[in-house]
Design a protein around this ligand. Sequence first.
Ligand SMILES: [Ca+2]
Length: 490
Amino acid sequence: MLTPDRAVCPAWEHLTPGVKVNIGVCHWGYDWHQYVYWGGDKQRTFQPGETFTIHYVMTGYTPAEGEELFLASRLHPRMEDPEPAGEHFGFLQVPSLLAYPVVEPAGTSFDKLYDVRMPYIGWQWYGDYDNDRQVGHTDRYSMRIDGPASAKGMFYHHMIDGNAKRYLCTFWLKTEGYKGPAPVAILRYPWDDKVRKDVVDTGLTGDNHWTEFSFITTMPVITPETSDASQFDLIVKGVGKVWLDDWSVRPLGDDEQPGEKRGGAATPPSAEVSPLYLVDLQCNEAAGLSLWDASGRNNHGRLHSVTWINAGNRPALHFDGTDSCAFVPMGSPELRPEDKGAYKQDSLTMEIWVCPTPGLKGGGVLCYGLALTLQLQPVGDKFQAILGCLDVAGGSLQLISQPTIAGGRWTHLATTVGADGLVRLYVDGQPVAEKALDAKLKLYAWEPTITIGAYGTPSNLFAGELTGVRLWSRVATPEEIAAEAARSPG
Ligand SMILES: [Ca+2]
């Protein structure tokens, strides 16, 4: 059993020969998906006016039988022990399968957590958040987001009023030690990025007590397909703590004109943007879940089960090799793809300091999507660096260093990719391998932009310490890389 569910256990018997029908219940919203095939696996398309008839019988369990099955069922092992920490439904994440708040349009106060789907209430909130049981707006419960991260909630319009032309969305935010771009709330149609969105820039930075925001949504009236669902996103691109509480969406009568509390105008002064670095994570925080990007481009990093250690005279990140990893979400335009195929950035340098745990497995170190993947692999009692590259022409190549990298000792790794396709790998400032790509770096639509301490999916988790993560906006010269490697870590 993949998803615990007391509500729906349907079964179908298909009665039309020669026709293949795939039918299933989508547990997101308990809607019924049906695909019809004629001959082989080719899906049938219909011409206007054409009709067809298929026969099948649908049966289900009674609620009592469903409850009995539910109580007798066990979670799939992947759901009981997800890797890395946090739960995944496809590409979505909730903090724990056994304790999540659900989207209640009438008012989500985050005081209740669920361990089963509640179709009559709503979907679960998903994203990178924690269930705070100490801090709340009018109680002690809220959603906490340590930026950079985001949380999303989807709701069917029929849960509110499918005929209403406008909704009023209200929520409360609190911030602490927050810097970088202010949290942004977005309400949009979930299945189409192209339709207009309602966007509220909260303008909050620093420390703010609970602050109310509200806005009238345009979503139900702008496209007829929005008769089914909307999605609320809270995008936290900066670094620091943000709490969300008392979120609600209610239908508005035609004559109702509530005031909106959009906050917003106070956009913080933008930091000076480095012409050289796209990402500059110096890893000096020594505590917390965030990595501040000193490049001024707001490509801040987010830690998952990573601990801070003192590496001599400076902090560093410890990855335990079982569930630690870090991400830089897709941020500045330079890091994003120019289309769904290739990264815009075709000339760059990646560098990082690594200190693998002696005798352990090494693992993924620094990945730019899956286009550039740098990892360590044990050979005898040392490690070798392996750089993998994928291009849009379907080409791939690997650069492999000699196994000279010692466990328990800091080593500087760097790689450069030029617009001409030339890829170089450096270990401790020395060039150790080079090859040429046939085309630009390849993007997969589902991959995270930059992964630290893991392979890009994420898998192959790193065991050891890492620090000083940088992406340059151009190819560094061998002299520049040697100079970086001559410094101490970071
Ligand atoms: Ca609350």
